[in-house]
Design a protein around this ligand. Structure first.
Ligand SMILES: Nc1ncnc2c1ncn2[C@@H]1O[C@H](COP(=O)(O)OP(=O)(O)OP(=O)(O)O)[C@@H](O)[C@H]1O
Ligand SMILES: Nc1ncnc2c1ncn2[C@@H]1O[C@H](COP(=O)(O)OP(=O)(O)OP(=O)(O)O)[C@@H](O)[C@H]1O
Ligand SMILES: [Mg+2]
Ligand SMILES: [Mg+2]
Lengths: 228, 228
């Protein structure tokens, strides 16, 4: 369903080259939920950005369902990002001039969802992440963990078949982390969502059936929860 | 050394009041390193922002050494922030137009440190956080964890006697977290720094001798590492 073969991503800054991905290969089946762990700077966000259609690899092939990401025109990438993949960003990417509710509505506005449907859906998602009493608050009026939960709700707004979650529990206490991970597990099982989650927390990773280890831009190992 | 007595902080947004701190009291001795844990939205960042001279309480008394923070004129708060306290922010607060090196130099520029001294110190601190090979990179050219480490180095630039660390390892893998926490423990012991660290990670908290639990804007318990 998701297939990466020998993916390379090199960033160039002046004369310096940083090889973030060095011929990375992985496969994820439809309806699977996996975790990726690895040291800081090992290429996790880079990988998720490419899978999310926000960046392009320098070499290698990436297929998501019937979309070959390296060959897709920019106009079709926009459609891919709206309908196929939801992305919980490590740096949250909330719009600071919009309220929590408006941040969750925004992806649906781009998707041309009607007003009543999107407001109801946004309220529903913010309820799931326990922020029903903060709908009209802007990001600067929320704690770090509350902001992260708005970002999670926003990523789910268009009910995407694939979810890329880049450290979705980094700012959250254990109990709230558990609620979020349980929610992701539920939508994986009940709605057949494909979920790739990056995490530094082995307890969170152990909730998934397969954990990949990335180091220096390559997958170096696969683990089961028991091995965590 | 640090004393909070019945500290209240209420945020008002239109007609709504959010009571972030509800009569919180705590004491920290000079040279002590403590942790604070608590659920998302429980008041941890609010407390650190007040102790860091970035916000004011609505009621209560806060003394840090001989400075009474509620009565300090703004001009003296600026001096307090430059010389007395270093702050590792939860949202990092890096300047995106500056390189890693310049971000660490900036607090020293405000402190009027001479150029040669500050460049050397900045390089030294970025070496400690294992970023010697990334001095000229801007935050957008660094991973999430690399950015966090720049923020840590910046907080230490003026060698403050007090360090407020708001989730300093949230973006870091276990090994890098361990390096950072060991470094903080070392400066606490060798240089008598007073450190207050907020963390969601019980392993990180257990590195300190005293762990405070905060819930709904109050300290509700004190623990030892053994109890973690
Ligand atoms: N500028 C603000 N305006 C309004 N409310 C605020 C503001 N800053 C914080 N709050 C609210 O005050 C409460 C405490 O926030 P605080 O940031 O101190 O929590 P926290 O314990 O650091 O949480 P987290 O673990 O999520 O970072 C929260 O309900 C938050 O939404
Ligand atoms: N825009 C960019 N320009 C230059 N280098 C970059 C850029 N983005 C990432 N890098 C570099 O590529 C490498 C991989 O970065 P990436 O963000 O994928 O790491 P990561 O595994 O997500 O790390 P973390 O756990 O710290 O978030 C790092 O060395 C990083 O500094
Ligand atoms: Mg990352
Ligand atoms: Mg906080």
């Amino acid at each position: 369903f998701i297939s990466c073969t020998d993916v390379v991503r090199v960033y160039r800054i002046g004369d310096i080259e940083i090889a973030a991905l060095r011929g990375l290969s992985l496969e994820v089946d439809r309806g699977e939920m996996i975790s990726i762990m690895g040291p800081s700077g090992s290429g996790k966000t880079t990988l998720l950005n490419i899978l999310g259609g926000l960046d392009r690899a320098n070499a290698g092939t990436i297929r998501v369902d019937d979309v070959s990401l390296g060959f897709t025109p920019v106009s079709e990438l926009v459609n891919y990002r709206r309908r196929v993949v939801g992305h919980i960003f490590q740096n949250l990417n909330l719009i600071h001039t919009l309220t929590a509710l408006e941040n969750v509505e925004l992806p649906m506005i781009f998707n041309e969802t009607d007003r009543g449907t999107r407001k109801k859906r946004a309220e529903e998602l913010l309820h799931i992440v326990d922020l029903s009493d903060r709908l009209q608050h802007k990001p600067d009026e929320l704690s770090g963990g509350q902001q992260q939960r708005v970002a999670i709700a926003a990523a789910l707004a268009n009910d995407p078949p694939i979810l890329l979650a880049d450290e979705p529990t980094g700012e959250l206490d254990s109990e709230t982390s558990r609620i979020i991970v349980n929610y992701l597990l539920r939508i994986n099982r009940e709605f057949d969502k494909t979920i790739i989650m990056v995490t530094h927390n082995p307890i969170v990773a152990a909730a998934t059936r397969r954990i990949l280890r990335i180091e220096d831009g390559n997958i170096v190992g696969t683990y089961t929860p028991a091995q965590m």
